[in-house]
Design a protein around this ligand. Sequence first.
Ligand SMILES: Cc1cc2nc3c(=O)[nH]c(=O)nc-3n(C[C@H](O)[C@H](O)[C@H](O)COP(=O)(O)OP(=O)(O)OC[C@H]3O[C@@H](n4cnc5c(N)ncnc54)[C@H](O)[C@@H]3O)c2cc1C
Length: 482
Amino acid sequence: MSSETRKFGQALIIGGSIAGLLSARVLSEHFEKVIVLERDALPAGPEARKGVPQGHHIHALLEAGLRILDDLFPGMTREMESEGVERIDMARDAAWLQSGSWKARYEGDVESILVSRPFLESKVRGRVAALPNVELREGVSVEHLVLDATNRRVVGVRVKGPEGEQELRGALVVDASGRGSRTPQWLELLGFGAVAQEQVRIDLGYTSRLYERPEGIDAWKILVINGRAPDASRSGFISNVEGHRWIVSLNGYFGDHAPTHDAGFLEFARQLPTSHLYDYIRQARPLSAPVLHKISSSRWLHYERLARMPAGLVLVGDAVCSLNPVFGQGMTVAALGAKLLGEGLARSQGTPEGPPAEMSRRFQKELGKVVGLCWMLTTTQDLAYPRAEGARKPGLKLLQWSFNNMIDLTSVDARACQRFYDVLHMRKGLEGLLDPLFARALLGYNLKSLVVPRAQRANLDTLPPHPSTPPPRPSGRLDNAA
Ligand SMILES: Cc1cc2nc3c(=O)[nH]c(=O)nc-3n(C[C@H](O)[C@H](O)[C@H](O)COP(=O)(O)OP(=O)(O)OC[C@H]3O[C@@H](n4cnc5c(N)ncnc54)[C@H](O)[C@@H]3O)c2cc1C
């Protein structure tokens, strides 16, 4: 976009991680200048850093997120493939025991890439840093918001950095500072009231390490072992990543976290619901020490419900919602947020002050719809644990029962599995599950579950076949799967 078509002056972004960088790319089309303010010193290459401690752990990318990366940075993911990142078909290349039943394997069309978080972030950062009207300022911590004289519009931020304390002005401030965002406190201090929040306490811990990828294992490219709540509360993941390595993550709820010493890590893996992951890693050579990261809760801050939202401020990524990462949604929500922000700005009239107040409000509402789907999928499962603390709405038990049946159905019916992937990978909203064929198949399966034991109607035991033995195409059995 040429500079004549940019409607606004300067934008400020708090946080230079995935949500901040993607927002910067989008804002670069609408603002003369975009400044990303990042507290950390930024590494030159693909290294984990203090402000993104989750970078040590597995990071799956859903298809909707991949598509946005491909749109925003043409050629970037292909370039990554030439450096050892694999592009996969989730339906074919993932072996996934979800809630205790193995997903059907078939030639699908749900794409993803297998990449470590630091590698992905460094590639995105490189592209954003190369944009002529974007500046990344590192070592700068944002300390407060600055309001105009009417107390209705955010017009900048106060920062602490190498040049001491300063005030910076912006026509839009984007808070992309992650789960530790201080906007709720700032807004309350500034008189905007408390931001409503939902929380589900899970005391989850991820422990992860890198391994050298042994030769000759081609049964899957990503392996996930996840038992059924509430009986099983541990999961394990192995994923190929660049550098011919595996990232192996083990997680457990309610303080049952995998130890960070060799023997304890392996023993935790041995006690997963199946022995597959343990059998693969016990012979492999570790390349790094295990690292633990704790996630106390899934948390959603409802900015879309705030009675008075200041103009000139929007929030994206984990600053709005940070989820149990079991479904790998966080980066994709950040990407969808950036996309929505671009669409909102494109629709907005430029005013001398910046985007109109209505833009912020509408943006938070639209983002709330995206987050709502992810929240529903994740918390429905987590609230099946009696120890999970959170609001249990009427009908939850019925929803959990049907959700579990849907998961079991996806172990024996490739078309049903494809519908599930469409929704999980955010190609479609929940309406993807309301498709008449799918709804009929699930209804039939729900009835079947009342009379047929689970072991006879779901694949609980058999690691689905090797992808090089041609898997069956979806068979068209959806409507008679029951
Ligand atoms: C163990 C684990 C595994 C995960 N696995 C997946 C997965 O498989 N797939 C997936 O999509 N997501 C996953 N996630 C979620 C994903 O990591 C987050 O959703 C994503 O990183 C959110 O990005 P963000 O930019 O909003 O925030 P963050 O990545 O948290 O970044 C916030 C940035 O803001 C900076 N910052 C903070 N405060 C300030 C300040 N005051 N001033 C300046 N800078 C500041 C920080 O230094 C940091 O760089 C996982 C998370 C965890 C914890």
